[in-house]
Ligand binder design. Structure first.
Ligand code: CA
Length: 228
């Protein structure tokens, strides 16, 4: 049993109560927000994880996610995005806005709990993984404790997923990580869209590395590696 606090942002009462009930049954301390505005207020005291509905009246889930990633105190909070839609473009938009994972409605309580546990475990593992990271290659400096990365002295603004991915790849430069290994290491659970989300995060990471984007190499049919 855990007393970790989870913020649930959902305007639909039935779903909000379903999520609240199931999380509370596992011992999590659950706080609910019925609107984006209420969520932003609640985030002033950051929880351990946020379950965030994409479609909200007013400030929607994507906007909340973007705001969270801009704020120092909520930048690294794990976000599980709930979406009524299951189209690839919505999923990609959600992941690009900084969500760590998503869940399409309707979902089973068991899957919800598995995703929440995986996200919590992943963020607990971050420090351990980060400690193995090699520093200083390619002009990159990774500060695992503060979760900051600089490239040739300039700070990079990475999503938490992109940060974890970079730390993983840089832990063994030249070593090819398969998508499955990446999924296992940075997400902790396997499910249908994970390969796609890894590709999205790789693309985001390369874009932010700018001229140095080529240090993240694609090994066709296998996976990715950091240039040795
Ligand atoms: Ca909604």
């Amino acid at each position: 049993m855990s007393a970790e606090r989870i913020l649930v942002v959902e305007d639909e009462k039935d779903i909000r109560e379903l999520v609240r009930f199931n999380l509370a049954s596992q011992g999590y301390q659950v706080e609910c927000a019925e609107s984006g505005e209420a969520a932003l207020k609640a985030l002033a005291d950051p929880p351990r994880l946020v379950v965030l509905d994409l479609m909200l009246p007013g400030v929607d889930g994507l906007e909340i996610c973007r705001i969270m990633r801009q704020r120092e105190e909520t930048r690294d909070l794990p976000v599980l995005m709930l979406t009524a839609r299951n189209s690839e473009s919505d999923i990609v938009t959600g992941l690009e806005s900084g969500a760590d994972d998503y869940l399409a409605k309707p979902f089973s309580p068991g899957v919800l709990l598995a995703r929440v546990r995986a996200l919590l475990r992943r963020t607990e593992n971050r420090r351990e993984t980060a400690g193995r990271a090699s520093l200083g290659r390619h002009g990159l400096a990774i500060d695992p404790d503060r979760r900051k990365v600089t490239l040739n002295g300039s700070p990079l603004s990475l999503t938490s997923g992109e940060f974890d991915l970079l730390v993983l790849l840089s832990s063994r430069p030249g070593w090819v990580f398969t998508r499955t290994q990446i999924v296992d290491s940075v997400r902790g659970i396997d499910h249908a869209v994970t390969d796609r989300s890894v590709d999205v995060q790789i693309a985001g990471l390369r874009k932010k590395l700018g001229d140095s984007g080529g240090i993240v190499e694609t090994v066709r049919g296998v996976g990715y590696r950091l240039k040795e």
